[in-house]
Write a protein that binds this ligand. Structure first.
Ligand SMILES: *Cc1c(COP(=O)(O)O)cnc(C)c1O
Length: 402
């Protein structure tokens, strides 16, 4: 006999933290946990079979990026890909220059390695966006110096959804190189949040290195890739076997690689449909929020081309976002305050602060990131609770401040 527990409704609105693995992705991965378990480096059939699966995945992904298969390096996460790009370029090219340009709104997977590189004698220029979270291309290109070896700018921001004008920036960097007859600076982008919603053609974007991971595109967690343009040398982080052209030692995570390729394939096939679906829901949600809750502010760009279609980051004046998260969670609603990666700290988000939000407003902000499986009914459910929660928290806040 099974005990039936009446399950509470769950509404997941934290797709920027991670996405559920698509059932077709799981299906594609399963054989590689089972009968097709061979080590890709082994020469007998089982090994060749696993090796073949990696090759096919590489080809699938290369096509999506408009790249060559040999330019895709599989890693263990988006974080590892970012580390490999930054340390990899820094170590391989430090004799040519020790200056790196990036932005104050990058993910910690970029900011922390940059801090480490600074300790090792590199100079880092971090540029700030405007109050909408938009970066100024001219400001970035003006910061280029003869010793600048790398520019790293994220494609789309994980906290407030701003989309960077990568293609325009890429073109400006190319222009600088041509005029100065140099191959530097190389251009890296962290595209983890962009991969499901924005074009990934590395030629059109003029990108030299690109980070993508599985866990944000309905693929498995613990898998990433770094695209590295032909002719761009990087130093490896992990030494061991000769896997991934000696750039990433260790037996490949075959099921996860197969899953990442499948996930990217699915998101490319349904590109416009997915984009429209989450954008419609975001607009529906935002309209209801404005109609039902006073004193709110959309952090980041207006809904449109400069913003990820699934991201609503909202400052609710005079509340503590941490408390709101708890109340929402009690009702089965999952979203986040700032980024999940800093969820254990109560510091205001570095991204919102870089946009000149006050620490108070930053700490009163909630991030809702919608996804494939969300429906209007999910939003209606959230609106049944959220206005009351905000109202109560504001009342508590008022009592406390007296
Ligand atoms: C999630 C994320 C990462 C880190 O990816 P992991 O696979 O969790 O290591 C890096 N950059 C951005 C923009 C992200 O959203």
């Amino acid at each position: 006999m099974s005990i039936q527990v009446k399950s509470k409704r769950e509404v997941y609105l934290d797709h920027a933290a991670t996405t559920a693995c698509d059932t077709d992705v799981v299906k594609a991965m399963l054989p590689y946990f089972g009968v097709k378990f061979g080590n890709p480096s082994s020469l007998y059939t089982k090994g060749r079979e696993a090796h073949g699966a990696i090759n096919d995945s590489r080809k699938t992904i290369a096509k999506i990026l408009n790249a060559l298969p040999e330019n895709i390096i599989f890693t263990g996460s988006g974080t590892e890909s970012d580390n490999l790009a930054l340390f990899g370029i820094a170590r391989a090219h430090q004799t040519k220059g020790k200056h790196i340009i990036s932005t104050a709104i990058e993910h910690s997977a970029v900011l922390r390695p940059l801090e480490e590189l600074q300790k090792q004698g590199f100079e880092v220029t971090l540029l700030k966006p405007n109050e909408q979270g938009i970066l100024d291309i001219k400001q970035i290109t003006k910061a280029i110096r003869p010793d600048t070896i790398l520019i790293s700018v994220m494609y789309a921001n994980n906290e407030m959804g701003a989309v960077a004008p990568l293609a325009d920036l890429g073109r400006e960097i190319l222009k600088y190189r041509k005029e100065n007859k140099t191959v530097y600076p190389y251009f890296h982008t962290d595209a983890c949040q962009a991969a499901g919603y924005l074009p990934l053609d590395v030629e059109k974007l003029h990108i030299d290195l690109m980070t993508i991971n599985g866990s944000k595109v309905y693929g498995p967690k613990g898998i990433g890739l770094l695209y590295v343009r032909r002719g761009v040398k990087i130093a490896p982080l992990i030494l061991g076997g000769e896997q991934e052209k000696n750039l990433r030692g260790g037996t490949e995570n075959v099921p996860a690689i197969v899953g990442l390729a499948k996930a990217l394939e699915i998101s490319q096939t349904n590109f416009q449909k997915e984009y429209d679906h989450v954008e419609n829901l975001s607009q529906y949600f935002y309209k209801l929020l404005r109609e039902n809750i006073s004193d709110i502010k959309l952090n980041g760009p207006q809904i449109g081309d400069e913003r990820l279609p699934n991201n609503l980051n909202i400052a609710f004046k005079n509340i503590e976002s941490e408390a709101a998260l708890l109340y929402l969670s009690e009702n089965g609603i999952m979203c986040s305050a700032g980024s999940a990666c800093t969820a254990s700290s109560i510091d205001p988000s570095h991204v919102l602060l870089a946009m000149n939000l006050s620490p108070q407003l930053a700490q009163s902000s909630l991030r809702f990131t919608l996804g494939r499986e969300n429906t209007k009914a999910d939003i209606d459910y959230v609106m049944k609770y959220l206005p009351n929660i905000i109202k109560e928290l504001r009342e508590i806040n008022q009592i406390n401040s007296k």
